[in-house]
Design a protein around this ligand. Structure first.
Ligand SMILES: Nc1nc2c(c(=O)[nH]1)N[C@H]1C(S)=C(S)[C@@H](COP(=O)(O)OP(=O)(O)OC[C@H]3O[C@@H](n4cnc5c(=O)[nH]c(N)nc54)[C@H](O)[C@@H]3O)O[C@H]1N2
Ligand SMILES: Nc1nc2c(c(=O)[nH]1)N[C@H]1C(S)=C(S)[C@@H](COP(=O)(O)OP(=O)(O)OC[C@H]3O[C@@H](n4cnc5c(=O)[nH]c(N)nc54)[C@H](O)[C@@H]3O)O[C@H]1N2
Ligand code: SF4
Ligand SMILES: [Mo]
Length: 693
């Protein structure tokens, strides 16, 4: 038997953990965390373990397809790769000839391979590269920029050395990143504390030292009271504040009315508990992480929750500190040369973005923009027509509210292309499906992971593609070549890697032993003299002029969120350890363990509805209804009904993914409900009803 060991990168979620894959005679026999990577300790999460079922899935797209009937009708013609790429290139060429390259829009899942995607858009001359983040972490990104003048990923989370970790809207033990989980476990083993602030007792709450069950949507009140308490009692790092915080007096005056007693009324968490908690934070500072959140596309004021989280970290002196949020380092910080960028091959298009990011919306990061705003341009033709949309590794029809509205808007598109490795609602609706090989069957560009230590990592194909699918570099290269941009068309993965490594002193063979190239032997933390912020003042800023110039307050006066109308619930959603977003519910191994998403309901509310745990229920909202079962518990706030996102697809090609409830279907009108300052969609600003089925 021919056995092989391949070091690669998991693709079951966007975390992309380093893995080791063992194969026998060209078949995958075992997948585990890369044992050479100290953060992985050989472990994987359940989804990583289910990669085999994705590989073997017969219900994924197996060859390129061109739509024959109406969009979404499901009439496909299977074609060769040459036919499919010719078809897309011809259409793009015609659209660009008529409307200019700016008429082409792209959206993707973001992440370490986005350089290639941005390069493709630059190569054709369009400024309209977007990622999915308006439905995920954009509020955090903009909060980070407004406070630190740095993006959220320019500081890390030093879990391992943390003495008090605060998880607010962050379910770290179920919304998993394996290295982060291992770091938190290390910290706990060394006596580190965890505080969980959530609307329900998730798994993280069960492992926390403090659990605060907060009224949904009132985290901003909680944070204002924490700032008030830290400042009123002098429980902050005065030297750090003196040196690095601009506008402390403004902050102090602003939070004066927001006392713990006031916050108790809003949040349901006692004033006494808030004060005790603040004292604990001070005693652990600066080795404190107050997590600014990840999936924060929830409320119209979520940006301010993340913003105050960064300000609290600043008061505790933890931004830049060991055990807190240290600055990350790239190759240059270790005297090494970084990877050669594909995007740098082409000039940045000068054209303004269709979504308005960076010009109409000056406070919005023009990098990936806001995809929902780009849809407004498709709808109105303002600032100019957008006629082609390439949706790469992104399922907006499932990941954003209001599927019907999006489909209507997309009627204005002359071309809708989906590149994907599994069916999605969006791929099913597309004009052309370009099927990607699964992560076990494809190689990817080399990527850089920054951190207190930095490394290069590489996805290497473990087995040959089972079907007529391709890697993304092959697909994009094929399109680029047809559009007169041969620079992006690499013959082999080795050629691509050689291009990237040019000048670094490394070769692709240097990855063979462990899959990674570490650029430093030991972690590098900055001294205070080395902490430089990217704001106009060079400090952490309480007042952000960019926001103020847009008429948006840096410090928003608190407004209490509406209680649900009589008999209704606020919709709340999140992840579970067994599924990734909307793209694993059809996976046989994961579906078997969790085929549907039960709905969490508070015991008293359930009693009033005559419901017991396990009862069949009908859940309705926004003109949509679906069946589920009630999970009745004391440990969810009475105003909220919680369900895991990702279920309830509408894809006839899949036999398992239609089960359960699609939370986003209850968010009709939700494309227009946004956080104006942070830019993200506010998906928990909707109410639903529950009845016995
Ligand atoms: N209502 C509601 N909406 C949400 C959320 C929620 O909790 N509730 N969560 C939000 C969050 S946090 C996020 S990040 C987004 C996620 O939503 P998306 O950004 O759409 O991401 P995924 O569901 O991970 O993947 C999208 C599609 O890409 C395909 N795919 C996955 N991996 C790959 C790959 O490696 N290559 C290729 N070519 N295709 C791939 C899969 O077929 C999948 O259908 O949804 C957001 N939307
Ligand atoms: N297993 C697994 N891991 C994943 C993913 C996955 O799909 N599956 N997806 C990855 C992605 S793309 C992302 S963005 C991250 C998301 O990571 P997280 O943001 O940590 O995950 P969520 O489960 O969406 O939300 C966290 C918690 O917010 C709580 N919550 C809801 N409303 C409120 C509120 O008003 N106040 C407070 N304090 N809490 C509230 C929910 O109950 C939930 O427990 O996870 C990543 N990791
Ligand atoms: S967290 Fe799990 S699914 Fe995501 S990359 Fe890591 S092992 Fe894979
Ligand atoms: Mo996300």
């Amino acid at each position: 038997m021919a056995k092989k060991t391949v070091y690669s990168v998991c693709g079951m979620c966007s975390v992309r953990c380093p893995i080791m894959v063992e194969t026998e005679d060209g078949n995958v026999s075992f997948i585990q965390g890369n044992p050479h990577d100290p953060g992985m300790a050989g472990g994987l999460c359940p989804r990583g373990g289910a990669g085999y079922a994705l590989l073997m899935d017969e219900e994924r797209p197996q060859a390129p397809m061109i739509r024959q009937g109406a969009r979404g009708e499901g009439k496909w013609k299977t074609v060769t790769w040459d036919e499919a790429l010719d078809y897309v290139a011809d259409k793009l060429r015609a659209i660009m000839a008529e409307h200019g390259p700016r008429a082409v829009l792209w959206s993707d899942r973001g992440g370490p391979f986005a350089d290639l995607h941005q390069a493709f858009m630059r190569a054709i001359g369009s400024p309209n590269y977007c990622n999915h983040d308006a439905a995920c972490a954009r509020n955090v990104q903009h909060a980070a920029k407004s406070v630190m003048g740095k993006g959220r990923k320019e500081v890390g989370y030093d879990y391992k050395n943390c003495k008090h970790l605060v998880l607010q809207t962050r379910n770290i033990f179920e919304a998993i990143n394996v290295k982060e989980v291992n770091g938190v476990l290390d910290s706990k083993a060394a006596g580190g504390k965890v505080t969980c602030i959530d609307i329900r007792a998730n798994i993280t709450a069960t492992k926390a030292d403090n659990f605060f069950m907060i009224r949904p949507g009132t985290d901003y009140a909680f944070n204002l009271a924490v700032i008030n308490t830290l400042l009123a009692n002098g429980w902050y790092d005065k030297d750090y504040a003196e040196r690095f915080i601009e506008g402390l007096d403004t902050l102090e005056a602003f939070v004066a009315p927001y006392t713990p007693e006031w916050a108790e009324q809003e949040t349901g968490i006692s004033a006494e508990a808030i004060v005790k908690f603040c004292k604990e934070l001070k005693s652990a500072a600066p080795a404190v992480i107050w997590h600014p959140g990840w999936m924060t596309a929830r409320y119209t004021t979520s940006f301010y929750v993340s913003r105050t989280a960064y300000l609290i970290n600043a008061l505790l002196g933890s931004i830049g500190a060991k055990g807190g949020l240290p600055f990350v380092n790239g190759p240059g910080d270790f005297g090494k040369k970084g990877l050669k960028s594909f995007a740098a091959l082409f000039p940045k298009p000068e054209e303004k973005r269709a979504d308005g990011a960076g010009w109409k919306l000056k406070h919005i990061d023009a990098g990936p923009g806001l995809i929902n705003k780009a849809y407004e341009a498709i709808e109105s033709g303002d600032p100019y027509p957008v006629k082609a949309y390439i949706v790469h590794r992104h399922d907006p029809l499932h990941a954003m509210p209001d599927q019907a509205r999006m489909k209507k808007i997309w009627e204005n598109l002359d071309l809708l292309v989906a590149t994907t490795f599994s069916w999605s609602d969006t791929a099913w609706h597309a004009d052309v499906v370009l099927p990607m090989s699964t992560y076990l069957e494809r190689d990817s560009p080399i990527a850089t992971k920054k951190g207190v230590k930095a490394y290069f990592f590489r996805r290497d194909r473990a087995v040959e593609p089972r079907y007529d699918t391709r890697a993304e570099w092959e697909i994009l290269g094929g399109l680029a070549k047809r559009l007169g941009r041969p620079e992006l068309a690499f013959e082999t993965a080795q050629d691509m890697w050689n291009f990237q490594l040019d000048g670094t002193g490394y070769t692709p063979a240097d990855f063979d032993a462990t899959g990674e190239i570490w650029l430093a032997d030991k972690p590098k933390y900055r001294t205070w003299d080395e902490l430089k912020f990217g704001t106009p003042s060079g400090k952490i800023e309480v007042v952000c002029q960019k926001l103020e110039d847009m008429g948006l307050p840096s410090l928003l006066p608190y407004q209490s969120p509406a209680a649900p109308p009589e008999g209704q619930f606020r919709i709340a959603f999140g992840r579970c350890a067994l599924h990734t977003q909307g793209h694993t519910v059809n996976n046989t191994m994961l579906n078997e363990q969790m085929p549907v998403n039960p709905v969490w309901i508070n015991t008293a509310r359930a009693k009033a509805l005559g419901l017991a745990d396990g009862d069949a229920i009908t859940v309705s909202g926004g003109g949509y209804s679906a069946q589920s079962v009630a999970l009745v518990t004391d440990f969810i706030h009475p105003e909220a009904a919680f369900m895991v996102h990702g279920f309830g697809h509408r894809i006839p090609a899949e036999s398992r993914s239609s089960r359960g409830i699609a939370d986003q279907e209850m968010m009709t009108g939700g494309l227009d409900k946004v956080d104006p300052a942070g830019g993200a969609i506010a998906m928990q600003e909707h109410f639903i009803t529950i009845a016995k089925a």
